[in-house]
Design a protein around this ligand. Structure first.
Ligand code: NAD
Ligand code: A1AUG
Length: 522
Protein backbone atom coordinates (compact mmCIF):
# COMPACT_ATOMS: atom_id res chain seq x y z
CA UNK A 1 0.00 0.00 0.00
CA UNK A 2 1.26 3.51 -0.78
CA UNK A 3 1.19 5.19 2.63
CA UNK A 4 2.15 8.59 1.25
CA UNK A 5 -0.75 8.70 -1.23
CA UNK A 6 -2.92 11.02 0.88
CA UNK A 7 -0.12 13.26 2.06
CA UNK A 8 0.38 16.51 0.18
CA UNK A 9 3.88 17.12 -1.20
CA UNK A 10 6.22 19.04 1.08
CA UNK A 11 6.29 22.81 0.61
CA UNK A 12 8.24 25.35 2.64
CA UNK A 13 6.36 27.41 5.18
CA UNK A 14 6.02 30.96 3.77
CA UNK A 15 7.72 33.83 5.58
CA UNK A 16 5.59 36.58 7.10
CA UNK A 17 5.87 40.07 5.59
CA UNK A 18 6.26 42.40 8.54
CA UNK A 19 6.13 45.38 6.19
CA UNK A 20 2.36 44.90 6.40
CA UNK A 21 0.94 46.67 9.42
CA UNK A 22 -1.46 43.83 10.30
CA UNK A 23 1.40 41.32 10.50
CA UNK A 24 3.49 43.67 12.60
CA UNK A 25 0.57 44.17 14.97
CA UNK A 26 -0.04 40.42 15.18
CA UNK A 27 3.56 39.95 16.30
CA UNK A 28 3.33 42.80 18.82
CA UNK A 29 0.22 41.15 20.26
CA UNK A 30 2.04 37.81 20.52
CA UNK A 31 4.97 39.52 22.26
CA UNK A 32 2.56 41.05 24.82
CA UNK A 33 0.98 37.66 25.45
CA UNK A 34 4.34 35.94 25.88
CA UNK A 35 5.58 38.71 28.16
CA UNK A 36 2.59 38.21 30.44
CA UNK A 37 3.66 34.57 30.88
CA UNK A 38 7.39 35.07 31.53
CA UNK A 39 9.24 34.05 34.65
CA UNK A 40 7.68 30.64 35.18
CA UNK A 41 9.38 27.63 36.71
CA UNK A 42 9.95 25.00 34.06
CA UNK A 43 10.41 21.34 34.92
CA UNK A 44 12.50 18.54 33.50
CA UNK A 45 10.46 15.90 31.67
CA UNK A 46 11.61 12.44 32.66
CA UNK A 47 9.08 10.02 31.28
CA UNK A 48 5.78 10.99 32.87
CA UNK A 49 7.50 12.76 35.73
CA UNK A 50 7.79 16.57 35.78
CA UNK A 51 10.72 17.34 38.02
CA UNK A 52 11.34 20.78 39.53
CA UNK A 53 14.84 21.26 40.94
CA UNK A 54 16.19 23.84 43.32
CA UNK A 55 19.17 24.48 41.14
CA UNK A 56 17.87 26.30 38.06
CA UNK A 57 19.07 27.90 34.84
CA UNK A 58 17.83 31.49 34.77
CA UNK A 59 17.13 32.42 31.20
CA UNK A 60 17.46 36.17 30.63
CA UNK A 61 16.48 38.40 27.71
CA UNK A 62 19.83 39.38 26.09
CA UNK A 63 18.21 42.61 24.85
CA UNK A 64 16.83 43.59 28.27
CA UNK A 65 18.87 42.18 31.12
CA UNK A 66 16.17 42.99 33.69
CA UNK A 67 13.75 40.56 32.11
CA UNK A 68 13.80 36.93 33.18
CA UNK A 69 12.34 34.59 30.56
CA UNK A 70 12.06 31.60 32.86
CA UNK A 71 13.63 29.53 35.62
CA UNK A 72 14.46 26.17 34.14
CA UNK A 73 15.11 23.12 36.28
CA UNK A 74 18.54 21.67 35.91
CA UNK A 75 19.38 17.98 35.73
CA UNK A 76 22.27 16.47 37.64
CA UNK A 77 23.84 13.10 36.92
CA UNK A 78 21.33 11.20 39.05
CA UNK A 79 18.39 12.73 37.15
CA UNK A 80 20.16 12.17 33.85
CA UNK A 81 20.59 8.52 34.81
CA UNK A 82 16.90 8.26 35.63
CA UNK A 83 16.04 9.80 32.24
CA UNK A 84 18.37 7.37 30.51
CA UNK A 85 16.65 4.45 32.22
CA UNK A 86 13.24 5.70 31.05
CA UNK A 87 14.48 6.32 27.51
CA UNK A 88 15.96 2.80 27.31
CA UNK A 89 12.67 1.24 28.47
CA UNK A 90 10.49 3.45 26.27
CA UNK A 91 12.57 2.50 23.24
CA UNK A 92 11.32 -1.07 23.57
CA UNK A 93 7.74 0.07 22.89
CA UNK A 94 8.36 3.11 20.70
CA UNK A 95 10.41 1.17 18.16
CA UNK A 96 7.36 -1.04 17.56
CA UNK A 97 5.02 1.88 16.84
CA UNK A 98 4.38 2.02 13.10
CA UNK A 99 6.16 4.63 11.02
CA UNK A 100 2.86 6.17 9.96
CA UNK A 101 1.72 6.55 13.57
CA UNK A 102 5.05 8.14 14.49
CA UNK A 103 4.74 10.50 11.51
CA UNK A 104 1.18 11.38 12.56
CA UNK A 105 2.44 12.88 15.84
CA UNK A 106 4.70 15.11 13.78
CA UNK A 107 1.96 16.20 11.39
CA UNK A 108 -0.19 17.18 14.38
CA UNK A 109 2.68 19.07 15.96
CA UNK A 110 3.41 20.99 12.75
CA UNK A 111 -0.23 22.03 12.46
CA UNK A 112 -0.33 23.25 16.04
CA UNK A 113 2.96 25.12 15.75
CA UNK A 114 1.72 26.79 12.57
CA UNK A 115 -1.44 27.90 14.39
CA UNK A 116 0.70 29.46 17.15
CA UNK A 117 3.65 30.53 15.06
CA UNK A 118 3.81 34.14 16.28
CA UNK A 119 3.84 32.93 19.87
CA UNK A 120 6.85 30.71 19.18
CA UNK A 121 8.59 33.56 17.33
CA UNK A 122 7.75 36.07 20.07
CA UNK A 123 9.37 33.86 22.68
CA UNK A 124 12.52 33.65 20.56
CA UNK A 125 12.56 37.44 20.11
CA UNK A 126 12.65 37.74 23.89
CA UNK A 127 14.90 34.79 24.74
CA UNK A 128 17.45 34.90 21.94
CA UNK A 129 17.34 38.49 20.65
CA UNK A 130 16.11 37.77 17.11
CA UNK A 131 14.23 40.47 15.23
CA UNK A 132 10.79 39.65 13.80
CA UNK A 133 11.93 38.30 10.43
CA UNK A 134 14.75 36.20 11.92
CA UNK A 135 12.43 34.71 14.54
CA UNK A 136 9.73 34.05 11.97
CA UNK A 137 12.26 32.31 9.70
CA UNK A 138 13.33 30.14 12.64
CA UNK A 139 9.74 29.10 13.38
CA UNK A 140 9.07 28.50 9.67
CA UNK A 141 12.15 26.27 9.49
CA UNK A 142 11.02 24.34 12.58
CA UNK A 143 7.63 23.68 10.92
CA UNK A 144 9.44 22.68 7.73
CA UNK A 145 11.66 20.20 9.55
CA UNK A 146 8.66 18.55 11.22
CA UNK A 147 6.66 18.32 8.00
CA UNK A 148 9.67 17.17 6.00
CA UNK A 149 10.88 14.45 8.36
CA UNK A 150 7.36 13.09 8.81
CA UNK A 151 7.13 12.63 5.04
CA UNK A 152 10.65 11.27 4.92
CA UNK A 153 9.77 8.58 7.46
CA UNK A 154 6.84 7.51 5.31
CA UNK A 155 9.13 7.39 2.29
CA UNK A 156 11.69 5.37 4.22
CA UNK A 157 8.99 2.91 5.21
CA UNK A 158 8.19 2.43 1.54
CA UNK A 159 11.85 1.98 0.72
CA UNK A 160 11.89 -0.70 3.42
CA UNK A 161 9.22 -2.54 1.48
CA UNK A 162 10.61 -2.04 -1.99
CA UNK A 163 14.41 -1.85 -1.66
CA UNK A 164 15.77 -3.22 -4.94
CA UNK A 165 18.12 -6.11 -4.20
CA UNK A 166 19.59 -8.49 -6.73
CA UNK A 167 17.17 -11.38 -7.20
CA UNK A 168 18.38 -14.78 -6.07
CA UNK A 169 16.23 -17.71 -6.93
CA UNK A 170 14.76 -19.44 -3.89
CA UNK A 171 15.37 -16.50 -1.54
CA UNK A 172 13.26 -13.62 -0.21
CA UNK A 173 15.79 -10.88 0.55
CA UNK A 174 14.92 -7.59 2.23
CA UNK A 175 16.84 -4.60 3.55
CA UNK A 176 15.06 -2.68 6.28
CA UNK A 177 16.08 0.50 8.07
CA UNK A 178 15.42 0.07 11.78
CA UNK A 179 15.96 2.54 14.64
CA UNK A 180 19.18 2.73 16.64
CA UNK A 181 18.13 3.17 20.29
CA UNK A 182 18.56 6.03 22.73
CA UNK A 183 20.05 9.25 21.39
CA UNK A 184 21.42 12.29 23.16
CA UNK A 185 20.32 15.41 21.30
CA UNK A 186 22.41 18.53 21.91
CA UNK A 187 21.32 21.61 19.96
CA UNK A 188 22.84 25.12 19.96
CA UNK A 189 21.10 28.35 21.00
CA UNK A 190 21.32 30.25 17.73
CA UNK A 191 18.42 28.49 16.01
CA UNK A 192 16.84 27.70 19.34
CA UNK A 193 13.65 26.33 17.84
CA UNK A 194 14.44 25.11 14.31
CA UNK A 195 17.62 23.17 15.03
CA UNK A 196 16.35 21.78 18.34
CA UNK A 197 13.11 20.68 16.66
CA UNK A 198 14.80 19.29 13.55
CA UNK A 199 17.37 17.22 15.44
CA UNK A 200 14.78 15.89 17.90
CA UNK A 201 11.95 15.07 15.49
CA UNK A 202 14.28 13.35 13.02
CA UNK A 203 15.52 11.05 15.77
CA UNK A 204 12.08 10.35 17.18
CA UNK A 205 10.18 9.78 13.93
CA UNK A 206 12.87 7.25 12.98
CA UNK A 207 11.84 5.22 16.04
CA UNK A 208 14.43 6.28 18.60
CA UNK A 209 13.92 7.78 22.04
CA UNK A 210 15.90 10.81 23.10
CA UNK A 211 17.40 12.77 25.93
CA UNK A 212 17.19 16.39 24.85
CA UNK A 213 19.72 18.67 26.51
CA UNK A 214 18.93 22.18 25.26
CA UNK A 215 21.40 25.05 25.15
CA UNK A 216 21.53 26.81 28.50
CA UNK A 217 20.79 30.27 27.06
CA UNK A 218 17.56 29.21 25.29
CA UNK A 219 15.93 26.42 27.31
CA UNK A 220 12.49 28.05 27.54
CA UNK A 221 11.76 27.93 23.81
CA UNK A 222 13.07 24.33 23.76
CA UNK A 223 10.61 23.50 26.52
CA UNK A 224 7.75 25.11 24.59
CA UNK A 225 8.45 22.59 21.81
CA UNK A 226 8.61 19.67 24.26
CA UNK A 227 5.28 20.77 25.75
CA UNK A 228 3.79 20.89 22.24
CA UNK A 229 4.88 17.30 21.58
CA UNK A 230 3.28 16.29 24.85
CA UNK A 231 0.09 18.11 23.84
CA UNK A 232 -0.18 16.16 20.59
CA UNK A 233 0.00 12.96 22.60
CA UNK A 234 3.54 11.77 22.00
CA UNK A 235 4.03 8.99 24.56
CA UNK A 236 5.92 9.99 27.70
CA UNK A 237 9.55 8.91 27.68
CA UNK A 238 10.07 9.35 23.93
CA UNK A 239 11.44 12.87 24.41
CA UNK A 240 13.02 13.42 27.82
CA UNK A 241 13.87 17.04 28.56
CA UNK A 242 16.98 17.41 30.66
CA UNK A 243 18.60 20.84 30.63
CA UNK A 244 21.89 20.92 32.48
CA UNK A 245 25.53 21.79 32.43
CA UNK A 246 27.51 20.56 29.43
CA UNK A 247 30.43 19.54 31.63
CA UNK A 248 28.29 17.62 34.12
CA UNK A 249 25.23 16.22 32.36
CA UNK A 250 26.62 16.50 28.82
CA UNK A 251 29.80 14.56 29.51
CA UNK A 252 27.90 12.02 31.59
CA UNK A 253 25.43 11.24 28.82
CA UNK A 254 27.82 11.31 25.89
CA UNK A 255 30.03 8.82 27.79
CA UNK A 256 27.10 6.66 28.90
CA UNK A 257 27.22 3.01 27.75
CA UNK A 258 23.52 3.02 26.86
CA UNK A 259 23.84 6.04 24.56
CA UNK A 260 23.56 4.63 21.04
CA UNK A 261 23.96 7.91 19.15
CA UNK A 262 24.71 11.57 19.75
CA UNK A 263 23.25 14.28 17.57
CA UNK A 264 25.18 17.46 18.24
CA UNK A 265 25.11 20.92 16.68
CA UNK A 266 27.40 23.57 18.11
CA UNK A 267 30.97 24.80 18.18
CA UNK A 268 34.02 23.02 16.83
CA UNK A 269 35.56 22.90 20.31
CA UNK A 270 32.62 21.16 21.98
CA UNK A 271 32.01 18.96 18.92
CA UNK A 272 35.59 17.66 19.00
CA UNK A 273 35.39 17.12 22.75
CA UNK A 274 32.21 15.05 22.31
CA UNK A 275 33.79 13.19 19.41
CA UNK A 276 36.62 12.09 21.73
CA UNK A 277 34.26 11.01 24.49
CA UNK A 278 32.04 9.17 22.04
CA UNK A 279 35.00 7.25 20.65
CA UNK A 280 35.79 5.76 24.06
CA UNK A 281 33.85 2.71 25.18
CA UNK A 282 32.45 2.51 28.69
CA UNK A 283 31.98 -0.66 30.68
CA UNK A 284 28.92 -2.55 29.45
CA UNK A 285 28.82 -0.73 26.11
CA UNK A 286 28.14 -3.09 23.21
CA UNK A 287 28.27 -0.72 20.22
CA UNK A 288 30.28 1.99 18.58
CA UNK A 289 28.37 5.19 19.21
CA UNK A 290 27.20 7.02 16.17
CA UNK A 291 28.04 10.71 16.15
CA UNK A 292 26.35 13.32 14.04
CA UNK A 293 28.21 16.57 14.66
CA UNK A 294 27.47 19.83 12.87
CA UNK A 295 29.92 22.51 13.92
CA UNK A 296 31.17 26.02 13.17
CA UNK A 297 32.05 27.95 10.05
CA UNK A 298 34.18 30.74 8.66
CA UNK A 299 32.02 31.31 5.66
CA UNK A 300 32.72 33.77 2.92
CA UNK A 301 31.55 35.58 -0.18
CA UNK A 302 33.76 35.96 -3.24
CA UNK A 303 33.04 38.83 -5.65
CA UNK A 304 34.69 39.17 -9.06
CA UNK A 305 34.76 42.18 -11.37
CA UNK A 306 31.89 40.91 -13.56
CA UNK A 307 29.44 40.67 -10.66
CA UNK A 308 26.36 42.78 -10.00
CA UNK A 309 28.01 44.91 -7.34
CA UNK A 310 24.87 46.20 -5.62
CA UNK A 311 23.51 42.67 -5.23
CA UNK A 312 26.91 41.47 -4.00
CA UNK A 313 27.16 44.23 -1.39
CA UNK A 314 23.60 43.55 -0.17
CA UNK A 315 24.35 39.84 0.14
CA UNK A 316 27.59 40.50 2.00
CA UNK A 317 25.81 42.68 4.56
CA UNK A 318 22.81 40.37 4.94
CA UNK A 319 25.09 37.32 5.38
CA UNK A 320 27.45 39.04 7.81
CA UNK A 321 24.90 40.75 10.04
CA UNK A 322 21.67 38.71 9.96
CA UNK A 323 20.97 37.81 13.62
CA UNK A 324 24.10 39.76 14.51
CA UNK A 325 26.34 37.31 12.64
CA UNK A 326 25.38 34.52 15.03
CA UNK A 327 24.81 31.90 12.35
CA UNK A 328 27.10 29.03 11.48
CA UNK A 329 26.44 30.14 7.89
CA UNK A 330 27.32 33.80 8.54
CA UNK A 331 29.43 35.37 5.82
CA UNK A 332 32.08 36.72 8.12
CA UNK A 333 34.60 37.07 5.26
CA UNK A 334 34.26 38.92 1.96
CA UNK A 335 36.96 38.42 -0.65
CA UNK A 336 36.79 40.95 -3.45
CA UNK A 337 38.91 41.28 -6.54
CA UNK A 338 41.04 44.37 -6.83
CA UNK A 339 39.25 45.86 -9.88
CA UNK A 340 36.00 46.40 -7.95
CA UNK A 341 37.31 46.33 -4.39
CA UNK A 342 36.93 50.02 -3.51
CA UNK A 343 33.46 50.22 -5.01
CA UNK A 344 32.14 47.15 -3.19
CA UNK A 345 33.76 48.14 0.09
CA UNK A 346 32.10 51.56 -0.06
CA UNK A 347 28.70 49.99 -0.74
CA UNK A 348 29.14 47.52 2.13
CA UNK A 349 30.06 50.35 4.49
CA UNK A 350 26.99 52.39 3.49
CA UNK A 351 24.61 49.46 3.89
CA UNK A 352 26.12 48.44 7.22
CA UNK A 353 25.70 51.94 8.59
CA UNK A 354 21.97 51.73 7.89
CA UNK A 355 21.64 48.83 10.36
CA UNK A 356 20.32 50.60 13.42
CA UNK A 357 21.00 48.79 16.69
CA UNK A 358 18.16 48.40 19.16
CA UNK A 359 15.70 46.17 20.94
CA UNK A 360 14.47 43.07 19.06
CA UNK A 361 11.09 43.62 20.66
CA UNK A 362 10.83 46.85 18.66
CA UNK A 363 12.14 45.02 15.61
CA UNK A 364 15.41 46.91 15.10
CA UNK A 365 17.48 45.35 12.32
CA UNK A 366 20.48 44.76 14.62
CA UNK A 367 19.93 43.37 18.12
CA UNK A 368 22.03 42.03 20.98
CA UNK A 369 24.38 39.06 21.03
CA UNK A 370 23.39 36.15 23.19
CA UNK A 371 25.26 36.55 26.49
CA UNK A 372 28.13 38.13 28.38
CA UNK A 373 30.59 35.44 27.27
CA UNK A 374 29.84 36.10 23.58
CA UNK A 375 29.82 39.86 24.11
CA UNK A 376 33.30 39.82 25.68
CA UNK A 377 34.66 37.40 23.09
CA UNK A 378 33.36 39.46 20.16
CA UNK A 379 34.68 42.73 21.60
CA UNK A 380 38.02 40.94 22.07
CA UNK A 381 38.06 40.02 18.37
CA UNK A 382 37.18 43.62 17.46
CA UNK A 383 40.32 44.74 19.31
CA UNK A 384 42.33 42.13 17.41
CA UNK A 385 40.73 43.38 14.18
CA UNK A 386 41.85 46.93 14.89
CA UNK A 387 45.43 45.68 14.65
CA UNK A 388 44.75 43.45 11.65
CA UNK A 389 42.78 45.72 9.30
CA UNK A 390 41.25 49.12 8.66
CA UNK A 391 38.18 49.75 10.80
CA UNK A 392 35.53 51.03 8.36
CA UNK A 393 32.55 51.24 10.64
CA UNK A 394 31.42 50.10 14.10
CA UNK A 395 34.06 48.78 16.45
CA UNK A 396 32.40 49.50 19.82
CA UNK A 397 29.67 48.35 22.16
CA UNK A 398 26.29 49.90 21.33
CA UNK A 399 23.87 51.56 23.73
CA UNK A 400 21.15 49.51 25.43
CA UNK A 401 20.38 47.40 28.47
CA UNK A 402 21.74 44.28 26.84
CA UNK A 403 24.63 42.79 24.92
CA UNK A 404 24.57 45.26 22.04
CA UNK A 405 27.54 45.66 19.71
CA UNK A 406 27.82 47.87 16.63
CA UNK A 407 27.92 46.05 13.29
CA UNK A 408 31.62 46.19 12.55
CA UNK A 409 33.50 46.06 9.24
CA UNK A 410 37.26 45.73 8.78
CA UNK A 411 38.76 46.23 5.32
CA UNK A 412 42.25 45.45 3.95
CA UNK A 413 42.56 42.37 6.10
CA UNK A 414 45.37 39.95 5.33
CA UNK A 415 44.22 36.40 4.38
CA UNK A 416 46.21 35.00 7.34
CA UNK A 417 44.75 37.38 9.93
CA UNK A 418 42.97 35.82 12.88
CA UNK A 419 39.72 37.59 12.00
CA UNK A 420 39.89 35.89 8.58
CA UNK A 421 40.50 32.46 10.12
CA UNK A 422 38.64 32.12 13.41
CA UNK A 423 34.90 31.90 13.93
CA UNK A 424 33.86 35.05 15.80
CA UNK A 425 30.12 34.39 15.82
CA UNK A 426 29.16 38.01 16.09
CA UNK A 427 28.58 41.14 13.99
CA UNK A 428 32.11 41.41 12.60
CA UNK A 429 32.98 41.30 8.90
CA UNK A 430 36.53 41.02 7.54
CA UNK A 431 37.14 42.13 3.94
CA UNK A 432 40.16 41.02 1.98
CA UNK A 433 41.45 42.09 -1.43
CA UNK A 434 42.46 39.52 -4.09
CA UNK A 435 44.37 40.11 -7.34
CA UNK A 436 41.85 38.13 -9.39
CA UNK A 437 39.07 35.58 -9.04
CA UNK A 438 41.45 32.62 -8.87
CA UNK A 439 43.31 34.12 -5.95
CA UNK A 440 39.97 35.03 -4.33
CA UNK A 441 38.81 31.41 -4.50
CA UNK A 442 42.15 30.27 -3.14
CA UNK A 443 41.77 32.61 -0.16
CA UNK A 444 38.18 31.44 0.34
CA UNK A 445 39.37 27.82 0.52
CA UNK A 446 42.23 28.56 2.91
CA UNK A 447 40.31 27.63 6.06
CA UNK A 448 39.86 24.63 8.31
CA UNK A 449 36.09 25.04 7.99
CA UNK A 450 33.88 24.36 4.97
CA UNK A 451 30.27 25.18 5.67
CA UNK A 452 28.81 27.85 3.35
CA UNK A 453 30.11 30.12 0.63
CA UNK A 454 28.88 32.34 -2.19
CA UNK A 455 30.37 33.39 -5.49
CA UNK A 456 29.21 36.55 -7.25
CA UNK A 457 29.91 36.76 -10.98
CA UNK A 458 28.18 37.03 -14.33
CA UNK A 459 30.85 34.98 -16.12
CA UNK A 460 29.44 31.50 -16.70
CA UNK A 461 32.85 29.85 -17.11
CA UNK A 462 34.09 31.23 -13.82
CA UNK A 463 30.85 30.23 -12.13
CA UNK A 464 31.43 26.66 -13.35
CA UNK A 465 34.96 26.84 -11.98
CA UNK A 466 33.74 28.18 -8.64
CA UNK A 467 31.09 25.45 -8.41
CA UNK A 468 33.84 22.88 -8.80
CA UNK A 469 36.59 24.42 -6.70
CA UNK A 470 35.02 26.24 -3.77
CA UNK A 471 35.12 23.57 -1.08
CA UNK A 472 32.13 23.75 1.22
CA UNK A 473 28.93 21.90 2.03
CA UNK A 474 26.56 24.65 0.88
CA UNK A 475 27.76 26.74 -2.04
CA UNK A 476 25.57 29.49 -3.46
CA UNK A 477 25.93 31.53 -6.64
CA UNK A 478 24.86 35.18 -6.79
CA UNK A 479 22.98 35.07 -3.49
CA UNK A 480 23.69 35.32 0.21
CA UNK A 481 25.31 32.40 2.03
CA UNK A 482 22.71 32.18 4.82
CA UNK A 483 19.10 31.03 4.71
CA UNK A 484 19.12 27.41 3.56
CA UNK A 485 15.60 26.08 3.01
CA UNK A 486 14.56 22.64 4.21
CA UNK A 487 14.20 20.24 1.30
CA UNK A 488 15.77 22.68 -1.17
CA UNK A 489 19.20 23.26 0.40
CA UNK A 490 20.13 20.26 2.60
CA UNK A 491 22.52 21.74 5.13
CA UNK A 492 25.87 20.61 6.51
CA UNK A 493 29.57 21.31 6.15
CA UNK A 494 32.95 19.80 5.33
CA UNK A 495 36.16 19.53 7.34
CA UNK A 496 35.96 21.16 10.80
CA UNK A 497 32.40 22.26 10.03
CA UNK A 498 31.23 18.77 10.83
CA UNK A 499 30.02 15.47 9.51
CA UNK A 500 28.03 16.99 6.62
CA UNK A 501 24.82 15.39 7.82
CA UNK A 502 22.67 17.48 5.48
CA UNK A 503 19.82 18.44 7.77
CA UNK A 504 16.62 18.93 5.80
CA UNK A 505 17.83 16.56 3.11
CA UNK A 506 16.82 13.20 1.73
CA UNK A 507 19.61 11.21 3.42
CA UNK A 508 19.17 12.66 6.88
CA UNK A 509 16.91 10.07 8.50
CA UNK A 510 19.29 7.27 7.49
CA UNK A 511 21.68 8.69 10.09
CA UNK A 512 19.18 7.73 12.79
CA UNK A 513 18.70 4.16 11.55
CA UNK A 514 20.66 1.00 10.83
CA UNK A 515 20.05 -1.27 7.86
CA UNK A 516 19.14 -4.89 8.55
CA UNK A 517 19.32 -7.49 5.82
CA UNK A 518 17.05 -10.51 6.12
CA UNK A 519 17.28 -13.46 3.75
CA UNK A 520 14.58 -16.10 3.88
CA UNK A 521 14.93 -19.46 2.12
CA UNK A 522 11.75 -20.07 0.15
N1 NAD B 1 26.84 23.46 11.39
C1 NAD B 1 25.63 23.77 11.81
O1 NAD B 1 24.62 23.31 11.29
C2 NAD B 1 25.49 24.73 12.96
C3 NAD B 1 24.25 25.27 13.23
C4 NAD B 1 24.12 26.16 14.30
C5 NAD B 1 25.22 26.49 15.06
N2 NAD B 1 26.41 25.95 14.77
C6 NAD B 1 27.59 26.32 15.55
O2 NAD B 1 27.26 26.35 16.93
C7 NAD B 1 28.07 27.29 17.61
C8 NAD B 1 27.20 28.20 18.43
O3 NAD B 1 26.39 27.48 19.28
P1 NAD B 1 26.71 27.24 20.81
O4 NAD B 1 27.40 28.44 21.36
O5 NAD B 1 25.46 26.78 21.44
O6 NAD B 1 27.77 26.08 20.72
P2 NAD B 1 28.41 25.24 21.93
O7 NAD B 1 29.31 24.25 21.31
O8 NAD B 1 28.93 26.11 22.98
O9 NAD B 1 27.14 24.49 22.56
C9 NAD B 1 26.33 23.64 21.78
C10 NAD B 1 25.56 22.72 22.71
O10 NAD B 1 26.50 21.86 23.37
C11 NAD B 1 26.23 21.87 24.76
N3 NAD B 1 27.48 21.49 25.46
C12 NAD B 1 28.49 22.28 25.86
N4 NAD B 1 29.46 21.53 26.44
C13 NAD B 1 29.04 20.24 26.36
C14 NAD B 1 29.59 18.99 26.77
N5 NAD B 1 30.78 18.90 27.37
N6 NAD B 1 28.88 17.87 26.54
C15 NAD B 1 27.68 17.92 25.92
N7 NAD B 1 27.11 19.07 25.52
C16 NAD B 1 27.78 20.21 25.73
C17 NAD B 1 25.72 23.26 25.02
O11 NAD B 1 25.03 23.31 26.24
C18 NAD B 1 24.81 23.45 23.82
O12 NAD B 1 23.58 22.82 24.04
C19 NAD B 1 28.83 28.03 16.54
O13 NAD B 1 30.11 27.51 16.45
C20 NAD B 1 28.03 27.72 15.28
O14 NAD B 1 28.77 27.83 14.10
C21 NAD B 1 26.58 25.07 13.76
N1 A1AUG C 1 20.75 26.77 8.22
C1 A1AUG C 1 21.04 28.13 8.56
C2 A1AUG C 1 22.21 28.25 9.48
C3 A1AUG C 1 22.18 27.37 10.68
C4 A1AUG C 1 23.33 27.69 11.59
O1 A1AUG C 1 23.44 28.60 12.30
C5 A1AUG C 1 21.34 28.93 7.31
O2 A1AUG C 1 21.40 28.37 6.23
O3 A1AUG C 1 21.53 30.13 7.42
Amino acid sequence: MNKTANISPFVNEPFVNFGLEENKQAMEKAISKVKSELGQNIPLHIGERKVFTEDVITSVNPGNLDEVIGYVSKANQALAEEAMHIAVNTFETWKKVSASERAEYLFKAAALMRERKHEFSALMILESGKNYAEADADTAEAIDFIEFYAREMLRLEQINETQPLTKVQGEDNRLTYIPLGVGVVIPPWNFPLAICVGMTTAAVVSGNTVLLKPASTTPVIAHKFVALMEEVGLPAGVINFIPGSGAEVGDYLTSHPKTRFISFTGSKEVGLHISKLAANTSEGQIWIKRLIAEMGGKDGIVVDETAGLDAAAQAIVASAFGFQGQKCSAGSRAIIVEAVYDEVVEKVKELTEKLVVGSPELNYPAGPVIDKGSYDKILGYIEIGKAEGTLLTGGSPAVGNGYYIEPTVFADVNPDARIMKEEIFGPVLAICKAADYKEAIHIYNDTEFGLTGSYFSSDQKRIEEALETMHCGNLYINRKCTGALVGAHPFGGFNMSGTDSKAGGYDYLLLFTQAKLTSRKL
